[in-house]
Design a protein around this ligand. Structure first.
Ligand code: N01
Length: 534
């Protein structure tokens, strides 16, 4: 008897039930298409489901980090804080799933293993951990920061204590009370969690390879006046923000450090330190562009670190020496202050790398006896979720091989040799250098409009041309080369993962990108090929 699973057919298979996948399902249903989401987790939320570590919170104000596609949703939903914590964002995503009756279109606990384009039928054959699907289109809504980076520390498999990773945090409450805790990594996830873990733990050992810049969030309860003011002109507010380079209200200043009196600059930076959070990076328009101006802002933060941290040696280790913003800027609540606690110890891995992890200890400059080990070691960013699936396009082209020397995509939406496949906020789009939620909505709207246009114009198959893709990535890099982003080791350019191709992947500049996207549509999807004949 055959155990072959029956193939389920849909117009579209969507991978991932985070903010992108959910909205994509809604839009396709509104178009009258059949669609299904395949989701590895047991619930919706994507990033906001997996990253439940203490202190996980958004660092873009929630009035901006939220959907805008439905006026009554954005009017009726009330955020309790300026920057929402993970549980509230997850509650919001669940609310959206219920409000738009999306749950019956999601297959939970199912992981996509393989997706192969069938050239004869012009359809995708998708194999998951539980079933088989066939669809005309496949849309990867798999997120930019969704595949954890788990470095191969010697002896990690022998660790017998509590082992946690910020990006796959358990759903059950974790206690650190009375424990000796080690955390490896000092990126955003660590910077958010360290102050809270330090309050509970007996001892907290922070293992840092590279220090990070971090700006105080000055988070607090939602300012009701501000909320009212925004809600009175919500769509205008969203449109205004989209005119800024990073698509965020806080990052909007047009003045230049290089053209401003230095005392005035310092006064303004002080004000921004007190109130801007992530917006500190855009407090002057030349911070991302000009190395000297960037240095002024970087030095300001370096001085703050030495003022806050009591022990000069610790302050020195915590002080970055690269361009501010070159690595993703962090936003914190009491991060640097935490190093003044007696139970918190900073270990500089640059001088003393981790040698070995044993059953209940970690060896670096000396042996640390520990009960808990937390990996806050980041992600295989922007490409990991796609190269982790066996995706096979035309003529047996494997995406993993095609991207071996660096990911290439046209507009961050389509990939040459992979027909009828779309990525939401893929490499080559503003994605992580923008406000993710409006960027997701922009892509989902674009993809849905494109499918509608194809149906109206009797087009069956769409794919990026190789030339359009190559030219696009040249542009992505030309723009990046005009900024401070390319000379720092970061996950933006793949340098956080050994063996990963080093390539800068986000498109910098939301307004330019938006204009180009519209232009492509105006010219009947210029750069894409329809119904290619071999
Ligand atoms: O990851 P990261 P993250 N040995 O890559 C270190 C978003 N996010 O999860 O810099 C020792 O930033 C690594 O060191 P180095 C946000 O976009 C947003 O913290 O590579 N250390 C680094 O210190 C963010 O940027 C929010 O030298 C190793 C750390 O681990 C992105 O997610 C909150 C190592 C990884 O930091 C990723 O943040 C949280 C090794 N072998 C995250 N490998 C908000 O909205 C890596 N490290 C606020």
């Amino acid at each position: 008897m055959s155990h072959e699973k029956q193939t389920q057919e849909f117009d579209v298979v969507i991978v991932g039930a985070g903010l992108a996948g959910l909205y994509q399902l809604l839009k396709l249903r509104q178009l009258g298409l059949t669609a299904v989401i395949i989701e590895k987790a047991d619930q919706v939320g994507g990033t906001w489901h997996w990253n439940r570590y203490p202190g996980a919170r958004c660092d873009i104000p929630s009035l901006e980090y939220s959907y805008q596609f439905d006026e009554s949703l954005q009017q009726e939903w009330n955020w309790s804080e300026k920057y929402s914590a993970q549980p509230e964002i997850l509650e919001y995503i669940n609310h959206v799933a219920d409000r738009f009756e999306l749950r019956d279109g999601i297959k939970f606990n199912e992981e996509v293993i393989k997706a192969e384009f069938d050239e004869v039928n012009s359809s995708w054959k998708i194999k998951t951990s539980a079933s088989n699907y066939e669809s005309r289109f496949v849309i990867f809504a798999t997120g930019c920061l969704s595949v954890p980076n788990k470095p191969d520390f010697e002896g990690l498999e022998n660790f017998e204590g509590q082992l946690l990773q910020t990006s796959t945090w358990p759903q059950e409450e974790q206690s650190f009370s009375g424990k000796r805790v080690a955390i490896i990594g000092t990126g955003s996830s660590a910077i958010q969690s360290i102050p809270l873990i330090a309050e509970q733990a007996d001892q907290l050992y922070v293992f840092q390879r590279t220090p990070n810049y971090s700006i105080p969030s000055n988070n607090g309860p939602m300012d009701k006046e501000r909320e009212k003011e925004v809600k009175e002109r919500y769509s205008e507010f969203r449109k205004d923000n989209w005119q800024n380079g990073f698509g965020i209200a806080a990052i909007s200043d047009e003045s230049l450090i290089s053209e401003t009196d230095i005392n005035e600059v310092h006064q303004q930076l002080e004000e921004n330190w007190e109130s801007a959070g992530l917006g500190f990076f855009g407090g002057y328009a030349d911070i991302p562009l000009d190395a000297n101006s960037n240095d002024v802002a970087a030095n300001f933060v370096r001085n703050k670190i030495s003022e806050i941290v009591d022990d000069p040696d610790t302050a020195k280790i915590l002080t970055p020496d690269y361009h501010i913003g070159g690595k993703r800027l962090c936003v914190d609540t009491g991060y640097f202050e935490t190093f003044n606690r007696e139970n918190v110890h900073l270990i500089n891995l640059k001088e003393n790398p981790i040698k070995q992890i044993s059953s209940l200890s970690l060896d670096a400059d000396k042996t640390y006896e520990i009960d808990t080990l937390i990996l806050a070691t980041g992600f295989d960013a922007m490409t990991g979720a796609l190269t982790g699936i066996d995706i096979i396009g035309r003529d047996g082209a494997k995406l993993k091989d095609q991207w071996e020397n660096g990911a290439k995509s046209y507009l961050g939406l389509g990939i040459a040799n992979f027909p009828n496949l779309f990525t939401v906020t893929g490499p080559g789009s503003p994605s992580v250098l923008s406000n993710m939620v409006p960027s997701i909505e922009q892509h989902v709207n674009w993809i849905t409009d494109c499918i509608e246009w194809m149906n109206a114009n009797d087009k069956k198959v769409i794919e990026s041309s190789k030339t359009a893709e190559d030219d696009w990535m040249v542009l992505v890099n030309e723009i990046a080369d005009m900024t401070i982003f390319t000379d720092t080791k970061s996950w933006y350019n793949g340098s956080n993962i050994e063996d990963k191709a080093k390539a800068f992947l986000p498109f910098i500049g939301v307004p330019v990108y938006t204009e180009m996207l519209e232009q492509v549509v105006a010219e009947d999807y210029k750069g894409f090929i329809f119904d290619r004949v071999n």
